[in-house]
Design a protein around this ligand. Sequence first.
Ligand SMILES: *Cc1c(COP(=O)(O)O)cnc(C)c1O
Length: 447
Amino acid sequence: MKFQGTMNINAKEHLEIGGCDTVELAQQFGTPLYIYDEAKLRKTCQEYYNSFVGKYGNAMVLYASKAFLTTAICRIMEQEGLGLDVVSGGELYTVLRAEFPTERVYFHGNNKTYEELRMALQNDVGRIVVDNFYELELIDSLARELQCIPEILLRITPGVEAHTHEYIKTGQIDSKFGFTLSNGQAMEAIKAAKEKHVAVRGVHCHIGSQIFELDSYVHAVDIMMNFLFDIKRQTGLAIEELNLGGGFGIYYSEGDEPASVEEYADLVMGRVYEKADEYHLLRPRVLVEPGRSIIGPAGSTLYTIGSVKEIPNVRKYVAVDGGMTDNIRPALYQAKYEAIIANKANQDRNDTVSITGKCCESGDMLAWDTKLPEAEAGDLLLMPATGAYGYTMASNYNRLTKPGAILVKDGEAQLILKPETYEDLIRNDVMPDELSKKQPVRLKSIG
Ligand SMILES: *Cc1c(COP(=O)(O)O)cnc(C)c1O
């Protein structure tokens, strides 16, 4: 297993993150628990900021908040100089409640509702990333009603096939997202938008997620810059902003080899400038929207091990007190993770086990055939790199409560998300009047 950020092993042979002993964290906060390494998180934000904005100036980094968002995370992103990409009224609400500067918010989504768009415009979000013709009409009528001129980007489907899991590819032609480039729909959208009550500031594409081949980005830049050239030629419009989406891959398990953020930045920025000069275009402001690569490696999940079931010559199941409810990625995308026993951090990992959750599903697995030291009930299992798309995709299946989250730094732990309680689970349950009085129950006698 690869140690990331501030992880290390202390004198008690316990795993430490941010100077906090994970065994003590389990006692203090309970398990399962999402642990965020604040130093690691800020360091990655700074890498992004310095590599794009620091070095090239006319650029901006938007954190894709769907990866993990709480009001405290909004505040950290604000302090680190990042913008935010949101995709729903709920994410926008969180951002507003955190008093994040709305001019740095980009609103995405393939089916934004009238109410969501209204909320965005009334709160002066920086840009609306328009996904389709239906949305263009909605914005046009809202803009007239609210007497504003929304600044928009148009989301384009560039026809790039990124090498990643089927469910997280988004740039290919057969996609629910965006205006298709290859059949002329994207150009039609630009022309239509020019006639609407909006200001077209730029274009956007997002080719997928957990991408390691930087070539896919270069390919996307080429296609988009060529499109900018066509727009200029056909409509006279000079596009100011090119948003290249997110998707930069991270290390989850052996074989994952991400490039550095700086390499990514240099490659993309270099190519954009090269193409702009070649086509005699204005060098556009470049935006990127990393989600996973900012928050993923900074987060880990701490569990308590319960049952260990060995089926001789078949498999050893190590069960933890969470599972697909707090991390659905292995079940949904066959995602692979590594793990460590936090209270036996120095022991050799020579037992092959499969880590399962406590839900009533055989697919409720966190890792197949991974290496651990001998696991026993009461041990603590830590799974690194779960910071992205863990909590945000969490569910209450089997009425499990969602775990809380903490930030750790310099030996201190702070709660940023309370763990749910049983009371939270029934908060929205309603007992209709006619059921509210207990009636004698008529049961047929059985047997
Ligand atoms: C999901 C998404 C991102 C972030 O993707 P990551 O793989 O987490 O970096 C960025 N932009 C858009 C439009 C997205 O849908």
